[in-house]
Design a protein around this ligand. Structure first.
Ligand code: NAP
Length: 354
């Protein structure tokens, strides 16, 4: 263990540019000895952020070997998995390997954990060349180690579900917690339960968000999905009041279908699509004084800000913070309570591993 003084937010591991936070760094050092307040995780699996994986997959025309090489190159060069195009990362699961005596995280060696801080700031070393991964899905079997700083968060993996499912849920657990919070806030401020539209509602964050909206008391929920196959899956899951098929990047189509289903724009719209171009549809589908949560990492600040201005839309726009207190427990409990969400996750994980 190093005796060098460490920073609880990981500044001591930033290589370049010096002085910035690890997330903003171009390069961090994952090799330096563990400091007294850090934890080392022996990595088992990464969950690449959906927007990052989609970007890499499309940039390499679906060539799994090229996608794998791209991830190895990023991690080798940057010391962390931060896609330089999307800026996003993901998270990981593994086993606690070593705990510094001053670590405040309460972890013990041997515990199976998920890191709840982004891979974009987590020092990471890959030692197996990702040989077990075909480059075709977001979940990446991986050997190596990762470092958690004092001001990090990690959750012990639950024993009642497979680890790949926990990983997938925890990656997006900020979305349902934030949706529930906004539903409660809108209800408190207007005295009426809000209507909620979720774009990408059959996906991981989308299905959890639409279930969270209902659980938090939304008056009506509409799940917007890409095609009839996703519509069937969402209908079978029984977690949305209404399902609508539209290309979420087609602003007019999204707004038209939301008006058709709700008879008015939504009070709250949640963007959970893993592709760019959903800002205008979300804004146009939301009433003045309503709110939009941009959970998607493919969101463009300028598209959102200028889009709202251009549409003279007085909507409250919220960046989907990946952290809300107790967000992991909340999402895992939703999954336990809602068989439909479990089925959607199971199908998605099966199709990814096929
Ligand atoms: P996911 O499971 O892949 O779900 C995305 C859904 O959007 C899929 O059902 C997808 O359909 C659908 N979709 C894609 N293009 C569409 C279109 N044009 N129209 C309608 N639907 C479309 O992704 P996720 O893991 O939930 O992640 C969603 C987003 O959240 C990503 O951008 C991810 O980066 C972001 N994220 C944010 C945070 C945060 O802290 N804010 C944390 C984690 C993830 P197909 O499957 O058919 O393509």
């Amino acid at each position: 263990m190093s005796t060098e003084k460490s920073s609880p937010i990981g500044l001591h591991r930033v290589v370049s540019p010096k002085g910035v936070l690890p997330q903003a760094a171009e390069v961090v050092d994952p090799h330096a000895p563990l400091t007294d307040d850090e934890v080392r995780i022996s990595v088992e699996r990464l969950n690449l952020d959906a927007a990052s994986f989609r970007q890499l997959y499309e940039a390499h025309d679906g060539d799994g070997d090229a996608v794998r090489q791209a991830v190895l190159e990023i991690v080798g060069r940057r010391g962390k998995m931060q896609n330089p195009v999307t800026g996003s990362g993901g998270m990981l699961i593994g086993t606690v390997d070593a705990v510094g005596p001053d670590s405040p995280l309460g972890l013990k060696p041997g515990q199976p954990v998920a890191t709840l801080v982004s891979l974009t700031l987590t020092p990471l070393v890959i030692t197996d060349e990702l040989r077990q991964w075909d480059g075709q899905s977001e979940q990446v079997p991986c050997q190596g180690h990762a470092i958690l700083f004092a001001r990090s968060i990690a959750a012990v993996l639950p024993e009642d579900m497979p680890s790949d499912m926990s990983l997938a849920v925890m990656d997006v657990c900020g979305a349902p917690a934030m949706t529930a919070r906004l539903v409660e806030q809108l209800t408190a401020s207007t005295g009426t339960a809000p209507s909620v539209v979720v774009l990408g509602a059959a996906g991981k964050s989308g299905s959890l968000s639409i279930a969270a909206a209902r659980a938090a008391g939304a008056s009506r929920t509409v799940g917007v999905v890409r095609d009839n196959t996703e519509a069937d899956a969402l209908n079978s899951a029984g977690i949305a009041d209404t399902t609508a098929v539209a290309d979420a990047t087609d602003a007019v189509a999204v707004s038209t279908i939301v008006h058709e289903k709700l008879g008015a724009p939504a009070d709250l719209t949640v963007v959970c699509v893993d592709a760019p171009g959903c800002e205008h549809g979300a804004i146009l589908a939301t009433r003045d004084g309503g709110a939009v949560i941009f959970f998607s990492m493919a969101t463009s600040f300028s598209q959102a800000a200028l889009g709202a201005e251009g549409l003279a839309a007085d909507v409250h726009m919220v960046i989907g913070n990946g952290y809300t207190p107790n967000h992991a427990e909340y999402a895992l409990d939703l999954l336990r309570r809602e068989r439909g969400i479990r089925e959607l996750f199971t199908q998605r994980l099966l199709s990814e591993s096929a």
